[in-house]
Design a protein. Structure first.
Length: 313
């Protein structure tokens, strides 16, 4: 076992969110053992036929499978697990009216897999670090994760570091956890797949949530087109994007995209809903990064014009 802090499935969402905020990660042990086992069985044929990665980052001994929800009923339940949604409410809702499912995929490390380079998942978006979480990734252990078989390497506390600070080797810890557990972290945490030095496979399912106003990493509409998504529970349909991302964000034919999945949508299509607009009223506005000034050219005898530096009335 690694010396990372871990919690039982009975821990409260506030307790887990507190640890996530302090450490950048939280492990909840045996949160969904039966679902993880079912997901592993449902996905086994897909893993079997998947190719290995073509780059060291994707893993030359690592198989990846995407589009979890059309392939696994258990994955649909894992994505909407109440503990994960309670955490996403706390981590992401301060900065968006609606969060969304950003990525779904198997990361299957076979014996001989090398260590993946450490990275922040937030690098998808051009924000200097540290910044508020843009993502909340969750890695579900579908098999046991150990330090030997490639349990995810994490760097506790790195979500608070300056953008370019690199970790020392003794700051990297392997997330060991039994099957059915979940490692949740934020977009700022340095992490990467560990090397698999064992003779068994390590299977994880990554389900990542993001602010609803960002482009999703995995294109959920193409992975789950309307004719496929119609079979999903409504919470999942909305989570993958058949919903507004905020007021006026993501409408189709002038209305809620969820109407596309409904047999007889009622009411007049609108570009927001009262719930989404109310949630938007609580969103904390963000300053858009650091603005670098254009250097002032040499004056060389030119006259400086007067300007207004504040709003006038
Ligand atoms: O496999 C893992 O444990 C982590 C993989 C990961 O972080 C990635 O592929 O981006």
């Amino acid at each position: 076992m690694s010396n990372l802090q871990r919690f039982p499935a009975s821990a409260s969402a506030d307790e887990l969110a507190g640890a996530l905020e302090r450490n950048g990660y939280v492990i909840v042990e045996r949160l969904a053992v039966d679902l993880a086992e079912r997901a592993r069985g449902e996905l086994a044929p897909h893993i079997e036929s998947a190719p290995v990665g073509h780059s060291p980052f994707l893993g030359l001994r690592t198989k990846r499978v995407g589009a979890m929800f059309r392939r696994s009923l258990a994955a649909r339940e894992l994505a909407t697990h109440p503990t994960l949604l309670a955490l996403a409410d706390r981590v992401l809702l301060p900065h968006c009216a609606r969060y969304q499912l950003n990525y779904s995929g198997i990361m299957h490390l076979m014996p001989g897999a090398g260590a993946q380079s450490l990275h922040r998942d937030g690098i998808l978006y051009p924000f200097l670090h540290p910044c508020p979480p843009t993502l909340m990734p969750a890695m579900w252990a579908l098999s046991d994760f150990t330090a030997e078989n490639g349990g995810t390497h994490v760097v506790p506390g790195s979500h608070l570091w300056e953008h370019d600070r690199q970790p020392f080797a003794d700051e990297i810890v392997a997330a060991a956890m039994p099957a059915g557990s979940v490692l949740v972290y934020t977009s700022g945490l340095l992490h990467g797949g560990g090397p698999n030095r064992s003779n068994v496979d390590r299977t994880g399912m990554a389900l990542q949530y993001s602010l609803g106003w960002l482009r999703q990493e995995e294109n959920q509409y193409l992975a789950n087109p309307p004719e496929v998504a119609r079979a999903y529970p409504e919470r999942l349909q909305r989570l993958i994007g058949y919903d507004f991302g905020g007021p006026y964000l993501g409408f189709v034919h002038g209305g809620d995209p969820h109407r596309l999945l409904e047999d007889s949508p009622t009411g007049i299509p609108d570009r927001s809903s009262s719930e989404v607009s109310a949630a938007a009223a609580n969103v904390q506005w963000l300053r858009w990064g650091e603005v670098r000034a254009v250097p002032t050219p040499a004056r060389a005898g030119r006259t400086v014009a007067a300007m207004t530096r504040a709003p006038t009335n």
